[in-house]
Design a protein around this ligand. Structure first.
Ligand code: AMP
Length: 285
């Protein structure tokens, strides 16, 4: 696996692969990699000949009260893991490389509506930062496909939205959520949980399953289900930011009486650790 940090080296490696007619996949990450991330590499490998992973802690997606400096950075461990999963290139740019005019002065990509609800409402500007950096990564790598986790469901929709709206020539794949044995979605933030909190955090997955079961059983008072699920979380010692059932396509509230594909989304805090998770409610579930 090659590790590159400058644009010129990245482009020359990729030009060579393209000359050989290879299909290129990109897996963008912020590092501190775990099994969830590696599952994306595996998925990328199944759809492409050449797999590029990026590790970049993107300053523009952090709010003023979110501690960018404290984000866990484990480059050596990440490189080792990616090697084991047969990633071909690890791209680790500096902030200056990604933001030549400075993080504040650079051009922004913004996704109105979808980018401003739920996570976007709680973390203003977050999805502008994500859309901006991912657009830059797409322009740098020019991949045929890019793989993102369904763990960050709204992020995946935001990315699909700007890819379509900006007519970007690549395919976006969503990869299933990788979970711990107790149902807790794998996340870099789980390392901040002690073992009692890990047990508590399993209540998020339990709540997702419970909500899904209610909806599938035909209970149509969605707001009552949401409130009850939030109480279940509170009972387990978790403070929820939101528990909502939304349309899978745009995360808007479902139209009463209309059968639509839905998703349950939860953001909740255990101690000081904020966790997000979701579960699609498929017609067959
Ligand atoms: P991050 O490094 O947190 O920005 O995540 C990079 C990518 O990994 C994103 O597309 C995430 O959705 C994905 N990811 C993170 N955790 C998981 C997980 N538990 N299962 C599947 N994908 C994940």
């Amino acid at each position: 696996m090659q590790i590159v940090s400058d644009i010129e080296s990245l482009r020359s490696v990729l030009a060579e692969r393209r000359r050989h007619g290879e299909r290129i996949a990109l897996v963008p990450t912020m590092g501190n990699l775990h099994e969830g991330h590696f599952s994306l590499i595996q998925q990328a490998r199944q759809h492409a000949d050449f797999v590029v992973a990026s590790v970049f802690v993107n300053p523009t997606q952090f709010g003023p009260n979110e501690d960018l400096a404290r984000y866990p950075r484990t480059p050596d461990q990440d490189a080792q893991g990616l090697r084991e999963y047969a990633c071909d290139v690890l791209f680790m740019p500096t902030v200056e490389t990604m933001y030549p005019f400075g993080a504040e002065q650079g051009v922004r990509v913004s996704v109105p509506g979808l980018g401003n609800l739920l996570e976007g409402a709680i973390r203003p500007g977050h999805f502008d930062g994500v859309a901006t950096v991912v657009t830059k990564l797409f322009n740098l790598v020019q991949p045929d496909i890019a793989v993102f986790g369904m763990k960050d469901y709204q992020q995946l929709l935001v990315i699909r939205r700007f890819v379509r709206d900006l007519c970007l020539p690549l395919r976006i794949l969503g990869a299933p959520i990788v979970r711990e044995s107790n149902g807790l979605a794998r996340s870099s933030r789980n390392q901040y949980l002690d073992s009692a909190q890990r047990d508590q955090a399993a209540a998020i997955h339990d709540a997702l399953l419970w909500v899904r079961d209610q909806v599938v059983a035909g209970v149509d008072a969605l707001s009552a289900i949401e409130v009850a699920a939030s109480q279940r979380l509170a009972h387990a010692g978790l403070a929820s930011d939101y528990v909502v059932v939304r349309r899978r396509t745009d995360l808007e509230e479902p139209v009463l009486g209309q059968r639509e594909d839905l998703v349950v989304l939860i953001a909740a805090r255990v101690g000081g650790v904020r966790l997000i998770d979701n579960l699609e409610i498929l017609p067959t579930s």
